[in-house]
Write a protein that binds this ligand. Structure first.
Ligand code: UDP
Ligand code: MG
Length: 316
């Protein structure tokens, strides 16, 4: 019987200087694990440097290295999606090309998988020399996301993950366009475990994610995992409708009875205006509820996922 297969999936955007080092480190690590057949799938996300040439040169010497070349830069999440769609293996290990996800942790990921985890997440415990703004941004992002989303997302978890075949197949059924792959994986459930790793600095090249791109990613995640931002306008509207409605009532009663407070007519104009603004916001909130429904239908996520495998696991 042939050995179970593990594919290492690496999205690449201008990583020419990192690829040879990554490949040699991966070879060193996987050479010590002979119960699996390893292969390496690079997804080139429209690099403008010599990444493709580097990968092709390595692939010419080693048939276990494959390259999927995207027509232009689509961003890491789409590059990952393209890679996942192309997979046919018993497990995938997703990692960055810049050696910030050290290959030396691969045996631990596999060990957890063998102990029956379907998703093994590598959690970053320390980032050397990340700018403060970035660390702060990341922490605020996770706090907010967790506050508003329906399921927990762990801070510090990365795309450095091992996914079982079951999870890969399930992931292929997600066709939503604005996506964050690790968010989807978190949404999916399955048997999970995590390992900790210390992320070193990126070895060469520059981080492809500018602050603008990160902000875009954050907004996408909020919008795809919660409808709360949509409803906020409605809540605000409900609040001001109630407050100014009550105020108008009090002012009206006062005017009709003793006129103790002597509300000026301009104050009536202001309060009526504020009340109407509240009604408008409330209506926006109502519209948002409908948009929310349309959003859920349009994203067309599977309603539930099933774990098909029964009995002893084949890879164990
Ligand atoms: N990447 C990609 N497309 C992009 C940007 C990045 O495929 O548009 C890849 C990149 O080559 C690397 C991984 O995604 O393998 C993580 O990128 P980076 O190191 O720039 O991000 P960070 O470490 O800041 O999360
Ligand atoms: Mg990086």
């Amino acid at each position: 019987m042939s050995k179970p297969t593990i594919t290492i999936l690496v999205p690449v955007y201008n990583e020419g200087r990192n690829i040879p080092k990554l490949v040699s480190e991966l070879h060193a690590v996987t050479a010590g694990i002979d119960r699996y057949d390893f292969s390496l799938l690079f997804v080139d996300d429209g690099s403008s440097d010599d990444s493709v040439a580097q990968i092709e040169a390595l692939a010419a010497k080693d048939s276990r290295i494959r390259l999927l070349e995207l027509s232009r830069n689509f961003g890491k999440e789409i590059a990952l999606t393209a890679g996942i769609d192309a997979l046919d293996c018993d497990a995938v290990i997703i990692m960055d090309a810049d050696l910030q996800h050290p290959p030396s942790y691969i045996p631990q990921l596999i060990d957890r998988w063998e102990h029956d985890s379907e998703v093994v997440v590598a959690r970053r415990t320390r980032i050397d020399k990340q700018p403060l703004a970035r660390r702060l941004g990341s922490s605020v992002f996770y706090k907010l996301l967790n506050a508003i989303s329906d399921f927990p997302m762990e801070p510090g978890t990365t795309d450095f993950r091992l996914l079982d075949r079951e999870v890969i197949d399930a992931l292929k059924s997600f066709r939503e366009k604005n996506r964050m792959v690790r968010g989807l994986v978190d949404w999916m459930g399955f048997r999970r475990s995590s390992i900790d790793f210390a992320a070193p600095e990126r070895t060469a090249g520059v981080a492809g994610y500018s602050y603008a791109k990160l902000a875009q990613l954050a907004i996408n995640s909020f919008m795809s995992f919660s409808l709360l931002p949509l409803r906020l306008a409605g809540y605000l509207g409900m609040f001001s409708t109630m407050v100014f409605g009550a105020l108008l009532l009090v002012m009206g009663i006062d005017k009709l009875t003793g006129d103790v407070f002597r509300f000026s007519s301009i104050s009536f104009v202001i309060v009526v205006n504020a009340l109407l603004n509240g009604v408008v916001l409330l209506s926006i909130g109502l519209v948002a509820l409908y948009i929310g429904h349309i959003h859920t239908e349009a994203v067309d996520r599977p309603l539930y996922l099933v774990r098909r495998k029964k009995g002893p696991r084949t890879h164990a």
